[in-house]
Unconditional design. Structure first.
Length: 231
């Protein structure tokens, strides 16, 4: 996860912690960083103008003074829960952390009656979305894709064979209930599909991708489509 994305996600965690706050140790575990990095990030948020409070000693931690960061949003309870269900059931999707943070921002500024109805409806939906790829791995793959940088991965095949490869990310794809990284593999000198849940480790390098295009993957299935921001 890039630092700017971590800072954004961290600000959301702090904001949602309310009067309870959250400890630096918990934040370090959640974001896969050191305590020193957590404290440095909190200092950066404080310097940027975010009203961060801290409470030392046992039971202490960090939090943010409650404040709305979005204007009122008009959504029905069902629409609100639909957004929540979508991101909760797609925890393996690329950039899902940012999607969840965005949905939480929307839910936090709903009017009290709509929020209460949405909470009641949400209790009737269960999601068993077990994460099989760590946040650190997914964040590295996401960063490599966004910046078009070579990513060094440790990959475990379905047969249990482990290889280390430098790959050039081309697209993320979801099919058959699995998410894949489709990339140019420098080890095999060809395009390969990597099951993201089988990537044991990923490190973004500073090497730029050599420019492989989406068209090299071939025509997508008739039922496949790229994401579109417009309605």
């Amino acid at each position: 996860m890039r630092r700017i994305e971590r800072l954004q996600a961290l600000s959301e965690v702090l904001r949602r912690s309310g009067a309870r706050g959250v400890t630096a140790e918990r934040l370090a575990r959640e974001f896969g960083v050191s305590l020193r990095t957590v404290k440095r990030d909190i200092e950066a948020l404080d310097n940027s103008g975010l009203p961060v409070w801290s409470r030392p000693g046992p039971g202490g931690g960090y939090g943010v003074i409650a404040q709305a960061s979005l204007p009122p949003v008009r959504l029905s309870p069902a629409e609100s829960v639909a957004l929540l269900a979508a991101v909760s059931a797609a925890s393996e999707a690329p950039y899902s952390d940012l999607a969840a943070a965005g949905v939480r921002k929307i839910l936090d500024v709903l009017d009290p009656e709509t929020r209460a109805q949405a909470d009641q409806l949400a209790n009737r939906i269960w999601v068993n979305a077990e994460e099989t790829a760590t946040r650190v791995v997914r964040s590295a793959l996401e960063e490599a894709m966004a910046k078009q940088l070579v990513v060094r991965i440790r990959y475990v095949s379905g047969a249990g064979d482990e290889t280390r490869r430098d790959v050039e990310p081309i697209i993320f794809a979801s099919t058959g209930g699995r998410w894949y990284l489709i990339a140019w593999c420098r080890l095999r000198e060809g395009i390969r599909w990597f099951v993201i849940s089988r990537v044991a480790r990923a490190t973004v390098t500073q090497l730029a991708c050599s420019g492989h295009e989406i068209a090299e993957i071939g025509a997508p299935p008739e039922t496949a489509r790229p994401l579109r921001a417009e309605g």
